[in-house]
Design a protein around this ligand. Structure first.
Ligand code: PLP
Length: 389
């Protein structure tokens, strides 16, 4: 049996007629830019994320850029962010002419370690950019306290985490600006690119509204230099249909993750606790996850062997992310060296993400479990006990 890492068609197929109708409505109305579908989607996301202002834009990357522009982050400014993330987090900072300052992660949650962030604050620091990686909310309490104490902005990269919570608060509405992506592989995925910025601050919302439209208000009167970044109305129409199901999708992902956690924690030999070869994910105490990825660590240089076994069995898996951003050639000029961010580098060498998409069947996830546990047993060191918060 083959088990895909992700199969978006299974999610979209049952919605075919509803989505086609929504797209047809946009086509008939000819309101291709902004218009009712976009407005409806912005209001729905604002309500879903419990934040008063939500503004559509062209992608998650653009959402990060708009946030940075609105907060006037630029040359001479430093932004502290993880190195263990998708490229866009750091790329957007660099593109604004500011300096990305990479901080290490908490090895348990894979999210920014607030203590390491604190060590990297300088007089030039202007913002902290936590990423809610793999769907789990970062430690926004500790990061928020740091930001308050030093007068820093907090820009949440919530691209992988719509619906996740920290202490009962939705991500995207905790920092100054939240940034979302609707790229097809995200938890709320469109039929192409799309993004959103969210904020509680009406002045910031106004600024980002102008910035996404070349800085003009009214038309042809330009206050600042912005960009053209719109959420396509056809994407908004599709996303409106799918947002209604987002809670159900998240629940299914959560159920798969819980199943994996349980099955992977069944004791198999006495060696399980002392030298595990595969270690499942754990949540930080005050955060929930919407499980954009289910990511294990494969110890002792055995990752490639597990990958080979899974691919021989037809089971999809993927490495997010194999090379930390501080080690990327394009950031060579920042002067980082191997060993500077030990937890990040270790994670990059050990992580492996397993299929966790909502429509995964019971038989499929059982296949994943039996392959992984057989691998762990085969090297004599089964998986250790899990703990889900
Ligand atoms: C996907 C992603 C982005 C960028 O989103 P796009 O819509 O692809 O531009 C940014 N940050 C993280 C953490 C992501 O996963």
């Amino acid at each position: 049996m083959t088990v895909p890492m992700l199969d978006v068609s299974r999610q979209n197929a049952p919605l075919r007629s509803e989505i086609n109708e929504a797209i047809a409505e946009v086509c008939d109305s000819a309101a291709f830019v902004h218009g009712p579908a976009c407005k409806a989607f912005e209001s729905a996301v604002a309500e879903y994320c419990q934040v008063p202002h939500a503004l559509g834009c062209a992608s998650g990357t653009d959402a990060l850029l708009l946030a940075l522009m609105a907060l006037e982050v630029g040359p001479g400014d430093e932004v502290i962010l993880p190195s263990f993330t998708f490229f866009a987090t750091a790329g957007s900072v660099w593109r604004m002419g500011a300096k990305p300052v990479f901080a290490d992660i908490d090895p348990v949650t894979f999210n920014l370690d607030p203590e390491d962030v604190a060590r990297r604050i300088t007089p030039a620091t202007k913002a902290i950019m936590p990423v809610h990686l793999f769907g789990q909310a970062a430690d926004m309490t500790a990061l928020g306290e740091l930001a308050d104490r030093h007068g820093l902005f907090v820009i949440e990269d919530a691209a992988q985490a719509i619906g996740a919570e920290h202490r009962g608060r939705q991500v995207g509405g905790i920092g100054h600006v939240g940034c979302f992506s609707f790229y097809p592989t995200k938890n709320l995925g469109g039929f192409g690119d799309g993004g959103m910025v969210t904020t509680h601050d009406p002045a910031l919302a106004e600024r980002m509204t102008i910035l996404r439209d070349h800085g003009q208000s009214p038309r042809y009167i330009h206050h600042v230099v912005g960009t053209n970044s719109r959420l396509d109305a056809i994407q908004a129409a599709v996303l409106n249909v799918k947002l209604k199901r987002l809670d159900a999708y998240a629940a299914a992902r959560g159920e798969h993750a819980e199943y994996y956690n349980e099955r992977f924690s069944e004791p198999r030999t006495a060696a399980a606790v002392t030298a595990p070869s595969v270690v499942g994910p754990e949540l930080g105490g005050q955060s929930t996850s919407v499980w954009n990825q289910y990511t294990v660590r494969v110890k002792a240089g055995r990752r490639e062997a597990l990958q080979q076994r899974l691919s021989a069995a037809g089971v999809g898996c993927a490495i997010y992310y194999p090379k930390p951003l501080h080690m990327q050639q394009c950031f060579e000029g920042l002067g980082y060296r191997a060993g500077d961010l030990p937890h990040t580098e270790q994670a990059a060498a050990e992580v492996l993400s397993l299929p966790v998409f909502p429509e995964l069947s019971e038989l499929e996830r059982e296949t994943v479990v039996s392959e992984v546990t057989a691998f762990a047993a085969g090297v004599g060191t089964p998986m250790p006990a899990q703990r889900a918060a």
